[in-house]
Write a protein that binds this ligand. Structure first.
Ligand code: RP5
Length: 158
């Protein structure tokens, strides 16, 4: 199975990204996580992105806060799908990272999830891999069914 790469802008973001790793484990999707910064380790981040396809990755998740250019910089070096997680890490409450990540100019797309939306980033990565993996698609259907059952079973006491 293709792997998912999780590139994290700083060790200080790790707690925010943990739900993505948890979701990938639940789906049995292999992943590799690495701290790489677009501004502190630009060469290493570029090299990781440029070699990601030949290294067996099928999608890349990039998490960064503040002036979050990591996802865009990674997307510039690969044609794999790149999913950006804007991390809430500053006085601007993550709005800075959201706008930096989502507002990519035409030609280099970044699929951006919500601020601190790590779980959805992982689910989107799984959905991308599931396009060509029927067993993963079945697991996604099962999760949707379980989520639906949870909602319908919720007790309402007002
Ligand atoms: C971004 O700046 C990182 O992704 C992090 O969210 C934020 C702060 O980084 P540190 O100064 O804590 O390393 O690059």
């Amino acid at each position: 199975m293709l792997k998912v790469g999780i590139i994290i802008g700083s060790a200080s973001d790790l707690e925010k990204v943990a739900p993505a790793a948890k979701a990938l484990r639940e789906f049995g999707v292999p992943y590799e996580a690495k701290v790489l910064s677009a501004h502190r380790t630009p060469d290493e981040a570029a090299a990781f992105a440029a070699s990601a396809r030949e290294n067996g990755f099928g999608a890349l998740i990039c998490a960064a806060g503040k002036a979050a250019h990591l996802a865009g910089a990674v997307a510039a070096r690969t044609t794999l799908p790149v999913i950006g997680i804007p991390v809430k890490a500053s006085a601007l409450e993550g709005l800075d990272a959201l706008l930096s990540t989502v507002q990519m100019p035409a030609g280099i797309p970044v699929a951006t999830v919500a601020i601190d939306g790590a779980a959805n980033a992982a689910l989107l990565a799984v959905q991308i891999l599931a396009v060509t993996d029927a067993s993963l698609a079945e697991k996604l259907e099962a999760k949707r069914a379980a989520d639906r059952a949870d909602v319908l079973a919720a007790k309402v006491e007002l």
